[in-house]
Design a protein around this ligand. Sequence first.
Ligand code: PNW
Length: 458
Amino acid sequence: MARVAFPESFHWGAATAAYQVEGAWNRHGRGLSIWDRFSHTPGRIEDGSNGDVACDHYHRFAEDVALMAELGLTSYRFSISWPRVQPEGRGAVNASGIDFYGRLIDALLAAGIRPLPTLYHWDLPVALEERGGWPNRDLAGWFSDYAHVVAGALGDRVSDWLVFNEPFVFTALGYLTGMHAPGRSSFPDFLRATHTVNLAQAEAFRAIRDARSDARVASALSMSHIEAASESVADRDAAERYHRFSNLWFLEPALLGRYPDALLGDLPRGEMGIREGDLERCRADFDFIGINLYTRTRVVAVPGDPHLGALPASVGDAPDSSTGAADEGPRTDMGWEVWPASLEAMILRIHRDYGGPVMEITENGCAYDDGPDARGRIADQRRIDYHREYLAAVSRAMEAGADVRGYHAWSLMDNFEWAHGFTKRFGLVHVDFESGRRRIKDSGHWYAGVIRDGGFDR
Ligand code: PNW
């Protein structure tokens, strides 16, 4: 057995997002988001559910902060609902919306937990989708105004901020595949959306810094270590393009003022709506990089595809399709392969390619449906195994020199898993969605022990 140990200052966290946990969809002047509309559209959500109530975190946040304290968390990553703060997405500010986050933050600080808010975790005000949504570049300015409002109101108590959650996922699923709100599917709209979001990301970075000059700012980027499905040159080239596209599209504009060379052919500047000076405007000298990572991705070349010529080989795999082969991990209820080495390799690649930046793991976790036994205990051993092995991977990357400052389990508690509704459970804490009752799972107790001891034996 060997000790896996983390520094005293390491941030031990868990994450949630507003629409997934808050509920209270019409309380105190909250406006509607594209997720309210999408989830109420028949056929969009697997179990026909919606986030109207979800975990009712809006009303039960004090109980939830007490749970976090019981777990010993030192960081809580949550998101701020834009339509709670600005019901129409621009102009009038809803003071009670701000007030809710103020009370949550005060409760966290009183419990010795660092608040780590995300400005945007996918709940765009409907009013702005009606103006074209993210493909409309005006949203960059309105997002920056929103960032100003929020950072101005909360910046006295919040030092660390995340701008966007997984910009690649919400632009691709929202505007290209249509699996997520607003459910559109157009490659040009998707590309334009990515450019608006890159502009918005840097504008919001500056807005936060204006409000608080010593703020530490990043985005939480979806990442997955990309492997070629075979040794062929075509697959290896495809894998590298896919890496640049899926992992770097919202990182390089910020850090380097350029889009990565990911697409086949030239960057379609006109189609993307890129104007003179835009790439300079996209620059944001992030203080750290937030990494959300769940699995690895094997990529194959797709001859004939005009854009990227690459696709994940696993697309369409069912959860039970695992062959059990030695070079394949088991799958979670999402059908995502458990492959801890992906996190180590990804951290080390970012460390190597961007000059050793500070990083935090802003999400990592797994869906398994373990529920309470007759005594109310939730024995989710697979989740313990998952977090243990991914944390060991983080630790190996740190030993190899990477500067990782924190880890956030996705999620603090079972919640509304987007298009899957309540069918996928990611929490360290079990939620009975009928009664709202919370119960710490075995994995939560295990995590509390890791936090208390600063590591674990393995
Ligand atoms: C992330 N995909 O979402 C989000 O940040 C969370 O809100 C979410 O609950 C969590 O991961 C688990 O899914 C993703 O299809 C959603 O590749 C979909 C994908 C990736 C991440």
